[in-house]
Write a protein that binds this ligand. Structure first.
Ligand SMILES: CC(C)(COP(=O)([O-])OP(=O)([O-])OC[C@H]1O[C@@H](n2cnc3c(N)ncnc32)[C@H](O)[C@@H]1OP(=O)([O-])[O-])[C@@H](O)C(=O)NCCC(=O)NCCSC(=O)C[C@@](C)(O)CC(=O)[O-]
Length: 305
Protein backbone atom coordinates (compact mmCIF):
# COMPACT_ATOMS: atom_id res chain seq x y z
CA UNK A 1 0.00 0.00 0.00
CA UNK A 2 2.82 2.44 0.73
CA UNK A 3 4.51 4.05 -2.23
CA UNK A 4 7.26 6.57 -2.67
CA UNK A 5 5.08 9.31 -4.07
CA UNK A 6 6.32 11.76 -1.45
CA UNK A 7 5.44 15.25 -2.72
CA UNK A 8 7.98 18.04 -2.94
CA UNK A 9 5.52 20.71 -1.81
CA UNK A 10 2.95 20.57 0.97
CA UNK A 11 0.09 22.94 1.86
CA UNK A 12 -0.75 23.24 5.53
CA UNK A 13 -4.13 24.45 6.73
CA UNK A 14 -3.89 25.73 10.27
CA UNK A 15 -7.14 24.91 12.04
CA UNK A 16 -6.00 26.33 15.38
CA UNK A 17 -8.36 29.33 15.55
CA UNK A 18 -11.38 27.03 14.94
CA UNK A 19 -10.67 23.39 15.86
CA UNK A 20 -8.02 24.50 18.31
CA UNK A 21 -10.06 26.96 20.30
CA UNK A 22 -13.60 25.55 20.03
CA UNK A 23 -13.09 23.34 23.06
CA UNK A 24 -11.50 25.83 25.45
CA UNK A 25 -13.29 26.07 28.78
CA UNK A 26 -12.24 29.68 29.36
CA UNK A 27 -13.53 32.38 27.01
CA UNK A 28 -10.93 33.44 24.46
CA UNK A 29 -11.44 37.09 23.46
CA UNK A 30 -12.08 37.75 19.78
CA UNK A 31 -9.07 40.12 19.78
CA UNK A 32 -6.81 37.19 20.74
CA UNK A 33 -8.24 35.01 17.98
CA UNK A 34 -7.73 37.84 15.48
CA UNK A 35 -4.14 38.30 16.61
CA UNK A 36 -3.59 34.55 16.22
CA UNK A 37 -4.87 34.68 12.63
CA UNK A 38 -2.57 37.62 11.92
CA UNK A 39 0.44 35.81 13.37
CA UNK A 40 -0.33 32.64 11.41
CA UNK A 41 -0.53 34.48 8.11
CA UNK A 42 2.63 36.43 8.93
CA UNK A 43 4.36 33.07 9.51
CA UNK A 44 3.44 32.03 5.97
CA UNK A 45 0.26 29.99 6.41
CA UNK A 46 -1.77 30.22 3.22
CA UNK A 47 -4.89 28.53 4.58
CA UNK A 48 -6.45 29.24 7.96
CA UNK A 49 -9.65 27.74 9.37
CA UNK A 50 -10.94 30.74 11.27
CA UNK A 51 -14.25 29.91 12.95
CA UNK A 52 -17.55 28.09 12.67
CA UNK A 53 -21.16 29.19 12.25
CA UNK A 54 -22.76 26.68 14.55
CA UNK A 55 -25.23 26.96 17.38
CA UNK A 56 -23.75 29.05 20.22
CA UNK A 57 -25.66 26.76 22.59
CA UNK A 58 -23.65 23.81 21.28
CA UNK A 59 -20.26 25.50 20.90
CA UNK A 60 -20.18 28.82 22.80
CA UNK A 61 -16.52 29.45 21.93
CA UNK A 62 -17.41 30.12 18.29
CA UNK A 63 -20.24 32.58 19.06
CA UNK A 64 -17.93 35.48 18.12
CA UNK A 65 -17.59 34.23 14.53
CA UNK A 66 -18.72 37.52 12.97
CA UNK A 67 -16.51 39.63 15.24
CA UNK A 68 -13.45 37.56 14.36
CA UNK A 69 -14.09 37.47 10.61
CA UNK A 70 -14.90 41.18 10.48
CA UNK A 71 -11.98 42.16 12.69
CA UNK A 72 -9.14 40.42 10.91
CA UNK A 73 -7.05 42.01 8.20
CA UNK A 74 -6.93 39.68 5.24
CA UNK A 75 -3.73 39.01 3.44
CA UNK A 76 -3.89 38.47 -0.33
CA UNK A 77 -3.24 34.85 -1.29
CA UNK A 78 -4.52 33.45 2.01
CA UNK A 79 -7.65 31.27 2.06
CA UNK A 80 -9.92 31.74 5.07
CA UNK A 81 -12.31 28.88 5.73
CA UNK A 82 -15.24 28.49 8.12
CA UNK A 83 -17.52 25.64 9.18
CA UNK A 84 -21.17 25.77 8.12
CA UNK A 85 -23.36 22.78 9.11
CA UNK A 86 -26.61 24.03 7.55
CA UNK A 87 -28.19 26.90 5.62
CA UNK A 88 -28.60 28.99 8.75
CA UNK A 89 -24.86 28.78 9.31
CA UNK A 90 -24.10 29.38 5.64
CA UNK A 91 -26.30 32.47 5.45
CA UNK A 92 -24.58 33.96 8.49
CA UNK A 93 -21.15 33.06 7.08
CA UNK A 94 -21.92 34.56 3.68
CA UNK A 95 -22.11 38.04 5.24
CA UNK A 96 -18.50 37.60 6.35
CA UNK A 97 -17.25 36.46 2.93
CA UNK A 98 -15.19 33.36 3.64
CA UNK A 99 -13.12 31.89 0.81
CA UNK A 100 -14.20 28.37 1.64
CA UNK A 101 -16.99 26.79 3.67
CA UNK A 102 -16.70 23.40 5.31
CA UNK A 103 -19.59 21.00 5.70
CA UNK A 104 -18.76 18.42 8.31
CA UNK A 105 -20.04 14.88 8.34
CA UNK A 106 -18.98 11.65 9.98
CA UNK A 107 -18.34 8.08 8.94
CA UNK A 108 -19.99 7.00 12.19
CA UNK A 109 -23.74 7.35 12.82
CA UNK A 110 -23.31 7.84 16.56
CA UNK A 111 -20.81 10.68 16.10
CA UNK A 112 -23.04 12.36 13.54
CA UNK A 113 -25.91 12.33 16.06
CA UNK A 114 -23.78 13.63 18.93
CA UNK A 115 -21.98 16.29 16.90
CA UNK A 116 -24.66 17.71 14.63
CA UNK A 117 -27.84 16.12 15.97
CA UNK A 118 -28.81 14.18 12.86
CA UNK A 119 -28.09 10.97 10.96
CA UNK A 120 -25.48 10.79 8.19
CA UNK A 121 -28.24 10.74 5.56
CA UNK A 122 -29.94 13.79 7.13
CA UNK A 123 -26.62 15.60 7.32
CA UNK A 124 -26.11 15.16 3.59
CA UNK A 125 -29.61 16.56 2.97
CA UNK A 126 -28.66 19.61 5.06
CA UNK A 127 -25.28 20.02 3.36
CA UNK A 128 -26.59 19.78 -0.22
CA UNK A 129 -28.17 23.27 -0.35
CA UNK A 130 -25.13 24.71 1.45
CA UNK A 131 -22.80 23.30 -1.20
CA UNK A 132 -25.06 24.49 -4.00
CA UNK A 133 -25.36 28.02 -2.57
CA UNK A 134 -21.64 28.26 -1.85
CA UNK A 135 -20.61 27.19 -5.33
CA UNK A 136 -23.15 29.58 -6.87
CA UNK A 137 -21.59 32.38 -4.80
CA UNK A 138 -18.07 31.43 -5.96
CA UNK A 139 -17.08 30.05 -2.56
CA UNK A 140 -15.05 26.83 -2.41
CA UNK A 141 -16.43 23.84 -0.50
CA UNK A 142 -14.59 21.32 1.62
CA UNK A 143 -16.13 18.33 3.36
CA UNK A 144 -14.71 17.24 6.70
CA UNK A 145 -15.11 13.50 7.24
CA UNK A 146 -14.86 12.77 10.96
CA UNK A 147 -14.18 9.40 12.53
CA UNK A 148 -12.62 7.83 9.45
CA UNK A 149 -10.57 5.51 11.65
CA UNK A 150 -12.31 5.33 14.99
CA UNK A 151 -15.33 6.76 16.79
CA UNK A 152 -15.59 7.66 20.47
CA UNK A 153 -19.01 5.97 20.61
CA UNK A 154 -18.81 3.09 18.08
CA UNK A 155 -15.13 2.10 18.26
CA UNK A 156 -13.33 1.04 15.09
CA UNK A 157 -14.77 2.40 11.84
CA UNK A 158 -14.57 0.21 8.73
CA UNK A 159 -13.05 1.70 5.55
CA UNK A 160 -16.31 0.91 3.73
CA UNK A 161 -18.00 3.56 5.88
CA UNK A 162 -15.43 6.08 4.69
CA UNK A 163 -16.04 5.16 1.05
CA UNK A 164 -19.77 5.59 1.65
CA UNK A 165 -19.32 9.06 3.16
CA UNK A 166 -16.87 10.13 0.45
CA UNK A 167 -19.41 9.01 -2.19
CA UNK A 168 -22.16 11.05 -0.53
CA UNK A 169 -19.91 14.12 -0.24
CA UNK A 170 -18.91 13.83 -3.90
CA UNK A 171 -22.56 13.37 -4.89
CA UNK A 172 -23.56 16.77 -3.50
CA UNK A 173 -20.64 18.59 -5.12
CA UNK A 174 -18.07 18.86 -2.33
CA UNK A 175 -14.75 19.76 -3.98
CA UNK A 176 -12.27 18.24 -1.54
CA UNK A 177 -12.40 16.27 1.69
CA UNK A 178 -10.56 15.92 4.97
CA UNK A 179 -9.82 12.41 6.12
CA UNK A 180 -10.01 13.05 9.85
CA UNK A 181 -8.81 10.86 12.65
CA UNK A 182 -10.98 12.77 15.11
CA UNK A 183 -9.92 10.93 18.25
CA UNK A 184 -6.32 10.23 17.27
CA UNK A 185 -6.50 6.44 17.43
CA UNK A 186 -5.10 5.94 13.94
CA UNK A 187 -1.87 4.23 13.02
CA UNK A 188 -0.10 4.53 9.66
CA UNK A 189 -1.79 1.44 8.24
CA UNK A 190 -5.26 2.45 9.43
CA UNK A 191 -4.87 5.97 8.11
CA UNK A 192 -3.65 4.67 4.76
CA UNK A 193 -6.71 2.42 4.60
CA UNK A 194 -8.98 5.41 5.27
CA UNK A 195 -7.27 7.42 2.53
CA UNK A 196 -7.45 4.48 0.14
CA UNK A 197 -11.16 4.19 0.95
CA UNK A 198 -11.62 7.84 -0.08
CA UNK A 199 -9.75 7.52 -3.38
CA UNK A 200 -12.64 6.02 -5.40
CA UNK A 201 -14.37 9.41 -5.08
CA UNK A 202 -11.64 12.04 -4.56
CA UNK A 203 -8.21 12.01 -6.13
CA UNK A 204 -5.14 12.44 -3.99
CA UNK A 205 -4.92 16.18 -4.78
CA UNK A 206 -8.34 16.66 -3.19
CA UNK A 207 -7.71 14.80 0.05
CA UNK A 208 -6.43 16.52 3.21
CA UNK A 209 -5.01 14.62 6.15
CA UNK A 210 -6.40 15.74 9.52
CA UNK A 211 -4.75 13.91 12.38
CA UNK A 212 -5.14 14.27 16.13
CA UNK A 213 -2.30 13.16 18.35
CA UNK A 214 -4.04 11.37 21.23
CA UNK A 215 -1.90 8.23 20.91
CA UNK A 216 1.21 10.04 19.67
CA UNK A 217 0.84 8.65 16.13
CA UNK A 218 -0.04 11.82 14.25
CA UNK A 219 3.41 12.50 12.77
CA UNK A 220 3.78 8.86 11.71
CA UNK A 221 0.33 9.09 10.19
CA UNK A 222 1.32 12.26 8.36
CA UNK A 223 4.34 10.47 6.93
CA UNK A 224 2.20 7.50 5.91
CA UNK A 225 -0.19 9.85 4.10
CA UNK A 226 2.74 11.63 2.42
CA UNK A 227 3.90 8.26 1.12
CA UNK A 228 0.56 7.94 -0.66
CA UNK A 229 1.03 11.37 -2.26
CA UNK A 230 -1.22 13.42 0.04
CA UNK A 231 0.06 17.01 0.05
CA UNK A 232 -2.66 18.88 1.96
CA UNK A 233 -2.69 18.58 5.73
CA UNK A 234 -4.46 20.22 8.63
CA UNK A 235 -2.72 20.90 11.86
CA UNK A 236 -3.03 23.26 14.77
CA UNK A 237 -0.46 25.73 16.00
CA UNK A 238 0.81 24.74 19.48
CA UNK A 239 -1.18 21.49 19.13
CA UNK A 240 -4.34 23.28 20.25
CA UNK A 241 -7.62 21.56 20.11
CA UNK A 242 -10.05 18.76 20.52
CA UNK A 243 -13.65 18.29 19.56
CA UNK A 244 -16.31 19.02 22.22
CA UNK A 245 -18.15 15.87 21.06
CA UNK A 246 -15.09 13.57 21.20
CA UNK A 247 -14.35 13.30 24.91
CA UNK A 248 -10.75 12.45 25.77
CA UNK A 249 -9.40 13.23 22.31
CA UNK A 250 -6.44 15.59 22.37
CA UNK A 251 -5.54 18.38 20.02
CA UNK A 252 -4.53 18.29 16.42
CA UNK A 253 -0.97 17.46 15.53
CA UNK A 254 0.96 20.67 16.05
CA UNK A 255 1.80 22.71 12.98
CA UNK A 256 5.31 23.28 14.35
CA UNK A 257 5.97 19.52 14.51
CA UNK A 258 4.64 18.96 11.00
CA UNK A 259 6.71 21.82 9.57
CA UNK A 260 9.86 20.42 11.21
CA UNK A 261 9.12 16.96 9.79
CA UNK A 262 8.56 18.42 6.32
CA UNK A 263 11.67 20.60 6.44
CA UNK A 264 13.65 17.48 7.32
CA UNK A 265 12.24 15.79 4.23
CA UNK A 266 13.24 18.79 2.05
CA UNK A 267 9.56 19.50 1.45
CA UNK A 268 8.67 23.12 0.86
CA UNK A 269 5.86 24.63 2.98
CA UNK A 270 6.65 28.33 2.68
CA UNK A 271 6.33 28.59 6.47
CA UNK A 272 8.80 30.40 8.71
CA UNK A 273 9.20 27.99 11.64
CA UNK A 274 10.49 30.64 14.05
CA UNK A 275 7.55 32.95 13.37
CA UNK A 276 5.22 29.97 13.76
CA UNK A 277 6.76 29.10 17.12
CA UNK A 278 6.14 32.71 18.17
CA UNK A 279 2.49 32.42 17.12
CA UNK A 280 2.18 29.24 19.17
CA UNK A 281 3.87 30.86 22.16
CA UNK A 282 1.49 33.81 21.86
CA UNK A 283 -1.71 31.74 21.95
CA UNK A 284 -0.36 29.36 24.60
CA UNK A 285 0.52 32.29 26.83
CA UNK A 286 -2.98 33.77 26.28
CA UNK A 287 -4.40 30.41 27.41
CA UNK A 288 -2.01 30.23 30.36
CA UNK A 289 -0.11 27.13 29.30
CA UNK A 290 2.87 25.89 27.34
CA UNK A 291 2.68 24.93 23.64
CA UNK A 292 1.73 21.31 23.12
CA UNK A 293 4.45 20.81 20.54
CA UNK A 294 7.75 19.01 20.97
CA UNK A 295 9.40 21.14 18.29
CA UNK A 296 8.13 24.42 19.77
CA UNK A 297 9.31 23.36 23.22
CA UNK A 298 12.75 22.43 21.91
CA UNK A 299 13.15 25.65 19.96
CA UNK A 300 11.90 27.84 22.82
CA UNK A 301 14.33 26.10 25.21
CA UNK A 302 17.15 26.61 22.72
CA UNK A 303 16.38 30.34 22.56
CA UNK A 304 16.84 30.76 26.28
CA UNK A 305 20.00 28.66 26.11
C1 LIG B 1 -25.69 21.57 13.67
C2 LIG B 1 -26.53 22.10 14.80
C3 LIG B 1 -26.76 23.59 14.62
C4 LIG B 1 -27.88 21.39 14.76
O1 LIG B 1 -28.53 21.65 15.98
P1 LIG B 1 -30.09 21.40 16.17
O2 LIG B 1 -30.45 21.71 17.56
O3 LIG B 1 -30.44 20.05 15.65
O4 LIG B 1 -30.66 22.49 15.15
P2 LIG B 1 -32.11 23.00 14.85
O5 LIG B 1 -32.16 23.23 13.36
O6 LIG B 1 -33.15 22.11 15.47
O7 LIG B 1 -32.14 24.40 15.60
C5 LIG B 1 -32.12 24.51 17.00
C6 LIG B 1 -31.62 25.89 17.39
O8 LIG B 1 -30.29 26.10 16.90
C7 LIG B 1 -30.26 27.23 16.03
N1 LIG B 1 -29.32 26.95 14.94
C8 LIG B 1 -29.42 25.98 14.02
N2 LIG B 1 -28.38 26.05 13.19
C9 LIG B 1 -27.61 27.08 13.59
C10 LIG B 1 -26.39 27.62 13.13
N3 LIG B 1 -25.76 27.12 12.08
N4 LIG B 1 -25.88 28.66 13.79
C11 LIG B 1 -26.50 29.20 14.86
N5 LIG B 1 -27.66 28.71 15.35
C12 LIG B 1 -28.21 27.64 14.72
C13 LIG B 1 -31.69 27.36 15.53
O9 LIG B 1 -31.97 28.67 15.10
C14 LIG B 1 -32.47 27.01 16.79
O10 LIG B 1 -32.41 28.12 17.67
P3 LIG B 1 -33.56 28.40 18.78
O11 LIG B 1 -34.80 28.58 17.93
O12 LIG B 1 -33.63 27.18 19.64
O13 LIG B 1 -33.07 29.63 19.47
C15 LIG B 1 -25.86 21.83 16.17
O14 LIG B 1 -25.83 20.45 16.36
C16 LIG B 1 -24.49 22.40 16.28
O15 LIG B 1 -24.29 23.61 16.24
N6 LIG B 1 -23.48 21.53 16.47
C17 LIG B 1 -22.12 21.99 16.64
C18 LIG B 1 -21.19 21.01 16.04
C19 LIG B 1 -19.77 21.48 16.13
O16 LIG B 1 -19.46 22.64 15.92
N7 LIG B 1 -18.89 20.52 16.41
C20 LIG B 1 -17.50 20.76 16.42
C21 LIG B 1 -16.96 20.87 15.02
S1 LIG B 1 -16.75 19.30 14.18
C22 LIG B 1 -15.16 18.89 14.54
O17 LIG B 1 -14.54 19.53 15.36
C23 LIG B 1 -14.54 17.78 13.79
C24 LIG B 1 -13.57 18.28 12.70
C25 LIG B 1 -14.30 19.06 11.62
O18 LIG B 1 -12.59 19.13 13.24
C26 LIG B 1 -12.86 17.11 12.04
C27 LIG B 1 -12.44 15.99 12.99
O19 LIG B 1 -11.40 16.07 13.68
O20 LIG B 1 -13.19 15.01 12.99
Amino acid sequence: MTTNNIPTRVKLIDVGPRDGLQNEKQPVPAAVKIELVHRLQAAGLKEIEVTSYVSPKWVPQMADNHEVMAGMTRQPGVRYSVLTPNMKGFEAALLDQPDEVVVFGAASEAFSQKNINCSIAESIERFAPVVQAALAAGIAVRGAMSCTVGCPYEGEVAPERVTMLARLMKGIGVQRVDVADTIGVGTPLKVQRAIEATLPHFDIDHICGHFHDTYGQALSNTYAALQMGVWNFQSSVAGLGGCPYAKGATGNVSTEDVVYLLQGLDIDTGIDLDALVDAGAFISSALGRKPNSRVATALLNKRVG
